[in-house]
Design a protein around this ligand. Structure first.
Ligand code: ADP
Length: 178
């Protein structure tokens, strides 16, 4: 079966899916960008949940992910994934970004979730080139979905038109029309 992947231009905090992914920082203590938007929309319960995870597990390394409640968000859960900071491409950034996507998919599946929405992890403050990041996201998610039953459907939620165009082009090239 063809993987079910959609590109959405918009705000990830308003997505009615089982899980939304946060591009978190290693401290899990909130930040700017999509992290700030998710914490604002979810309310203080989310930061409390993150603090507990932080106490239990310490800082998250790049490529790793954890799952929490979603507070006031329409989603059922939030997966906080730490993407790599772009340092020129010779510091395992690609592998680490791939791991971030894979760990989110595995966590969603382990919790029985069917639908998941991703932001373009690492393409904001962390500076990963957008085209390269989109190629990794699309290849990693497509390959995973062809092998595993859960999640069933993935949404790439792009906040800017450049990312939306990049994702759409990549999916069309793979024959996964929207
Ligand atoms: P990182 O530190 O991983 O680079 P950022 O939050 O700075 O994380 O940016 C990641 C991506 O999320 C960027 O492409 C940014 O445009 C996008 N973004 C910012 N706010 C939102 C939002 N509300 N919904 C979806 N994507 C968002």
């Amino acid at each position: 079966m063809k993987p079910q992947i959609d590109v959405v231009l918009g705000d990830i905090t308003t997505q009615h899916v089982d899980v939304i992914v946060n591009a978190a920082n290693p401290s899990l203590m909130g930040g700017g960008g999509v992290d700030g938007a998710i914490h604002r929309a979810a309310g203080p319960q989310l930061l409390e949940a993150c603090k507990i995870v932080r106490q239990q597990q310490g800082e998250l390394a790049p490529g790793h992910a954890v799952i929490t409640i979603a507070g006031d968000l329409p989603a059922k859960a939030v997966i906080h994934a730490v993407g790599p900071i772009w340092e020129g491409g010779e510091h395992h950034e690609a592998r680490s970004l791939e791991d971030a996507y894979l760990n989110c998919l595995r966590l969603a599946a382990a919790n029985g979730y069917k639908t998941i929405a991703f932001p373009a992890i690492s393409t904001g403050v962390y500076g990963f080139p957008k085209a390269a990041a989109a190629a990794i996201a699309v290849a990693t998610v497509s390959d995973y979905l062809t092998r595993k039953p859960l999640p069933e459907r993935v949404y790439f939620v792009c906040y800017d038109e450049e990312n939306a165009r990049l994702y759409q082009r990549l999916l069309t090239q793979r024959g996964q029309e929207l």
